[in-house]
Write a protein that binds this ligand. Structure first.
Ligand SMILES: C[S@@+](CC[C@H](N)C(=O)[O-])C[C@H]1O[C@@H](n2cnc3c(N)ncnc32)[C@H](O)[C@@H]1O
Length: 330
């Protein structure tokens, strides 16, 4: 199976209701065609923290918890997290559908963190046209130290409530953050608002595992959307030409049953100027809002333990890739 695959939203077929393949014929589809059936596009995961099922507490999918998670993770992020889940090859593959064709594009890298994805963006776009936004000053402090990003604007802010005017940017990019947003639909609606007419949003994020143990830890940790949920959120926000490209580390040989922290790159084009046609109520969470310290601590510890499982998965897959002969499934 190829490590990346471009899929148009109009061509979706779903496998066992939890995964999907494109409807155009290729080797992958033929191999799995007996499992293929069409299912409803309705999202199965909740859109707000309060409506999460008890079996999917997603302890770190909260702003405060994510803030503290990155307070510690920022220390090792570039050295430990990226090599296992988000390599330079994957980043370039994921940014390709964003169509960064001109150095003069205005780009916002939302939840840009330490600037790893921004380094991929500034290969194509002048750094002075790029803004990195993140809610974590600790992550941003790392980005500020990177020579290639010296000319970028760096701002603290919330992906669900962006400090940019309507119709501002040519490209909205956000990699590896949607999983922490309490209300992903709101973040995608914001992506729509800040883009100019014809502008493109590109959200790179996790995909939900199908293997039971990986699913268990994913549900404890944070939001791992299903591919069809991304498409649904983009369409509801008003985006047109919505496409999803599958990505993954090379050494996984296309395996997706353990889920992926960076598993797809979803793009959509803004067809008209102004705000998104989607109406939502007020924002549910704010990183500055006080929370019950005991509830916070319990969620933080349990979520961080669950996250550890996903540090081990890429190591396990790397070992399997070394042991199993090339060309065989792993
Ligand atoms: C996995 S890191 C990704 C960083 C970077 N985009 C990259 O590709 O390496 C996730 C980032 O999302 C940020 N984040 C989480 N929730 C956020 C929110 N609501 N608003 C802004 N940033 C957020 C975290 O602080 C963290 O830096």
């Amino acid at each position: 199976m190829p490590s990346s695959l471009l899929i148009s939203a109009e061509n979706l077929k779903f496998i066992n209701g939890s995964d999907f393949l494109p409807s155009f014929p290729n080797k992958t589809l033929l191999k799995y065609s007996k499992y293929t059936r069409t299912v409803s596009l309705m999202p199965k995961c909740s859109l707000s923290a309060s409506s999460r099922p008890i079996s999917q507490p997603r302890f770190i999918q909260h702003k405060k918890e994510a803030f503290w998670f990155y307070r510690f993770l920022s220390i090792i992020y570039d050295h430990v997290i990226n090599p296992g889940h988000w390599t330079e090859d994957m980043r370039d593959d994921a940014l390709e559908p964003a169509d960064l064709y001109s150095r003069n594009l205005t780009v916002v890298d939302v939840s840009g963190g330490t600037g790893f994805t921004t380094l991929g963006i500034v290969k194509h776009v002048n750094a002075k046209n790029v803004t990195i936004l993140d809610q974590s000053p600790h992550q941003l402090a790392k980005a500020k130290k990177k020579e290639e990003l010296k000319e970028c604007k760096i701002v603290e802010g919330d992906a669900e409530d962006l400090p940019f005017p309507t119709d501002y940017a040519d490209r909205y990019i956000s990699a590896g953050s949607i999983e922490y947003w309490p209300d992903p639909q709101r973040g995608i609606k914001e992506a729509y608002r800040v883009l100019r007419i014809g502008g493109k949003a590109c959200i790179i994020g996790p995909v939900y595992p199908t293997f039971w143990l990986s699913r268990f830890f994913a549900d404890m940790w944070m939001l791992f959307p299903k591919e069809e949920e991304y498409i649904e959120w983009f369409k509801k926000a008003g985006f047109k030409d919505v496409k999803l490209k599958r990505i993954g580390p090379k050494w996984y040989r296309g395996v997706r049953r353990h889920g992926l922290i960076m598993g797809c790159s979803v793009t959509g084009v803004k067809p008209a100027s102004g705000d998104s046609p989607l109406q939502l109520g007020p924002k549910a969470e704010d990183v500055k809002k006080p929370v019950n310290p005991f509830v916070f601590l319990a969620r933080f510890i349990l979520g961080a333990i669950a996250a550890t499982y996903f540090v081990l998965v890429p190591i396990y897959m790397w070992l399997k890739n070394q042991i199993v002969p090339k060309g065989m499934p792993i």
